[in-house]
Design a protein around this ligand. Sequence first.
Ligand code: PEP
Length: 250
Amino acid sequence: MRKKVIAGNWKMNKDLHQSQKLVSDIINGLGKDTKADVIVCPPFTSLYEVSSLLKGTQIKLGAQNMYYEESGAYTGEVSTDMLKSVGCEYVILGHSERRVIFNEPDELINKKIKVALAKGLKPIFCIGELLEQRENGETMQVVSRQVEKGLEGVSSEQMKNVIIAYEPVWAIGTGKTATPQQAQEVHSFIRELVAKKFSASVAENLIIQYGGSVKPENSNVLLSQKDIDGALVGGACLKADSFLGIIASA
Ligand code: PEP
């Protein structure tokens, strides 16, 4: 049985003091018998402090991006070792905001995924179609390409440390959520792709999160779909109550 994994992507929100408050509220509100795995991904500037506050709790820390080089003249970038040194276990890669606003192609995302895995960081690898692509009936084609290219050169053994987040871009931050049936259809398709590319057991054990306007009001029904193993949450993770509500429904 796959465990549910709920991750909060804070994006470019929360300064240091706001981060302290939010993570403290999440820690204090999280029940002792929480079954789901919980990950918070604050901005870089808050990682160290949030990491200190998370010590001794069950909540894990993730970053929102990284660069594939180890060090050097890459102004503005952050390496895997830097992220690990402040306590990160996960890193979000291939988020649609990185793909669309910062023009990150599949090849770059693939390089980052391979380096993250080689260095011991677990990627939360985001994929998903644009509205136009869905309307043109291209969803499965887009998702196949992203899986194929993003996971090129990754081994079956390394796949144990990969989470895939299916995030239809038209549902991110828009208040529009994929229906549970729409989401389940793509999740099951992704699992089949992974089974073909790696193996049935890799696919069976893979955590596939859904992301796109998840909130406490819709998380229960989404998370009860057979192939939806958790959520990557944007807007609703910025308030402790709503993030905790989603965790409770998992
Ligand atoms: C996201 O950016 O990963 C996301 C799912 O955002 P939101 O929940 O705000 O749609």
